[in-house]
Design a protein around this ligand. Structure first.
Ligand code: NAP
Length: 333
């Protein structure tokens, strides 16, 4: 029996030890996270021979791909693939894998946490207690806004959007509106939502929803989707939640809507620039609940993502079709 060939693998964001060991058992692995101090040179050197890459949260553009002439597969430890130059990958038949499904429920939990936190002013009121300002029963100035019964509008109605809708419709009695390009066959994907979720145009959703939650991929079409016009269409006193990608929002327009419009609050897990710059007005804005991109960040889910991404990479390097390929139509498998 011939020994399978060991290939060169570049791990560009830390993997849990058990998954790193799976890779090291079969391949020659370099771990170099270009975002960490001092590791960029090792990352750049490893590109020259890398046949497989695994990681997340780093832009892999055309120029970087040109420096990786041996590359056959990138396994992203994320479901979103906006960091990758899809055209350049397609031109070379490079396989792009991702981690759909395993993070769906956790990300929906995060988005629902932001709905609760913004509506009931949880962070602000917890600080009120922590800072010793709870000296009398709170008055109207600190009251929140009911979540149950409010109309929730969801931008993007795929795996995560539908998981948010289940929490809202089944747990909180919220009518759900959603916007996406193609009709969704709820009887197949989420039968429990039949009759509880209605597809609308973007404008109708913005005009009717009390809470708007974005959970669609960042693409050329969705970049800047929420701008001045869109925030202006939202109901007076409505809340905006972003659990997708920062760049789908024009952050200047959001700030304007918070300061000069009638937006009640915004709950943001993602930002145009991450980590959020210290001088960003969104960081300390009294109407904003900002999280450090934690959509999928639980022990269980991050591990499940690493397992799926590692399996994807091992399968692709073995010449098999990986469990979760994003660009099947252009991948050389
Ligand atoms: P998915 O199952 O592919 O769902 C994406 C949804 O967006 C689909 O309903 C799709 O429907 C819709 N969509 C795509 N382009 C659109 C457009 N131009 N206009 C309107 N709707 C559009 O993906 P998912 O697993 O739910 O993940 C969604 C996104 O969430 C990811 O791409 C990622 O960026 C983000 N995410 C964030 C975190 C976090 O940490 N905050 C974690 C996980 C995922 P149509 O194709 O019919 O339009």
């Amino acid at each position: 029996m011939s020994t399978p060939t060991r290939k060169k693998v570049l791990v560009f964001r830390e993997l849990p030890p058990d998954q790193l060991a799976r890779l090291q058992a079969q391949h020659d692995v370099t771990v170099a996270n270009p975002r960490l101090p001092g590791q960029l040179p090792a990352f750049e050197a490893a590109l020259a021979t890398a046949e497989g890459m695994i990681g997340s949260s780093y832009p892999i553009g055309e120029a970087l791909l040109a420096r990786a002439p041996q590359l056959q597969v990138i396994s992203s430890v994320s479901v979103g693939v906006d960091n990758y130059a899809l055209g350049a990958l397609a031109a070379r038949g490079i396989v792009l894998c991702h981690t759909p499904g395993v993070l769906t429920e956790t990300t929906a939990d995060t988005i629902f946490s932001l709905i609760m936190a913004t509506s009931r002013r949880l962070v602000e009121l917890a600080s009120h207690v922590r800072e010793g300002r709870w000296s009398r029963n709170i008055g109207e100035d600190l009251f929140g806004w009911d979540v149950h019964g409010k109309t929730l509008g969801i931008l993007g109605f795929g795996r995560i959007g539908q998981a948010v809708a289940r929490r809202a419709a089944l747990g909180f009695g919220m009518p759900v509106l959603y916007h996406c390009r193609r009709p969704v066959d709820l009887a197949t994907t989420s039968p429990e939502l039949a009759g509880k979720a209605t597809r609308t145009t973007l404008d109708e959703l913005l005009q009717r929803a009390d809470i708007v939650a974005a959970v669609l991929p960042l693409s050329a079409e969705t970049r800047g989707l929420m701008g001045e016009r869109e925030f202006g269409l939202m109901k007076p006193g409505a809340i905006f939640i972003n659990g997708a990608r920062g760049a789908i929002v024009h952050e200047g327009a959001l700030l304007h809507a918070l300061d000069h419009g009638t937006l009640r609050a915004a709950g943001l897990d993602v930002f145009a620039t991450e980590p959020l710059p210290l001088d960003s007005p969104l960081r300390t804005h009294p109407k904003v609940t900002a999280l450090p991109h934690i959509g999928s960040a639980t022990f269980e889910t991050r591990h499940a993502m690493a397992v799926l991404a590692t399996s994807n990479l091992l399968q692709a390097l073995a010449g098999e079709r990986p469990d979760a390929v994003f660009n099947l139509e252009t991948a050389a498998i």
